[in-house]
Design a protein around this ligand. Structure first.
Ligand code: FE2
Length: 157
């Protein structure tokens, strides 16, 4: 196993780096990781599509939903993407095989893009400082959640 070259602690604002054992566990079941990640992506995508179909006029998107709920939905999706990004970064640095490292690096870049999309969407409709304040709260919450969670090599989170 290669040493991690970069400390991923603060990637996208995340407050807690993944347990280093996760890469070793995940390495043994990468197919499970991809399947679990696909479910996460599907969930984020269906949530977004359902928001769009329920509120097809752009301006109505947040008018019909309470602002707090809209914001939380965007930020939860951003969190899922951020943590996936962090974990793919770990794989892109920690795997032995160069092809696989590059493969996961590309995933990491996609996830960073998805994270940005949800934050940008939230900031498009709501005040930036409101988004930032709530984002900080979610980051704290996720940190506590991560501490409680069992390290599983078959899950992306
Ligand atoms: Fe994603």
């Amino acid at each position: 196993m290669k040493e991690l070259s970069v400390d991923v602690k603060n990637i996208l604002g995340l407050q807690l780096p993944s347990d280093p054992r996760w890469v070793n566990l995940a390495e043994l079941q990468l197919d499970e990781i991809l399947t679990d990640h696909a479910y996460c992506e599907q969930k984020a995508a269906t949530t977004c599509i359902s928001l769009i179909t329920k509120n097809s006029e752009k301006e109505l998107l947040v008018e019909e939903l309470p602002h707090e709920r809209f914001l939380d939905q965007m930020l939860i999706m951003a969190l899922i993407e951020a943590r996936s990004c962090e974990r793919f970064k770990r794989l892109s640095e920690g795997l032995d095989d160069a092809y696989m490292r590059n493969f996961y690096r590309r995933f990491m870049e996609s996830e960073a893009g998805h994270y940005t999309l949800f934050i940008t969407l939230a900031e498009h409709y709501l005040e930036k400082k409101v988004v930032r304040r709530r984002w900080a709260e979610w980051l704290k919450y996720e940190k506590e959640l991560m501490k409680e969670m069992e390290v599983r090599g078959d899950r992306i989170h």
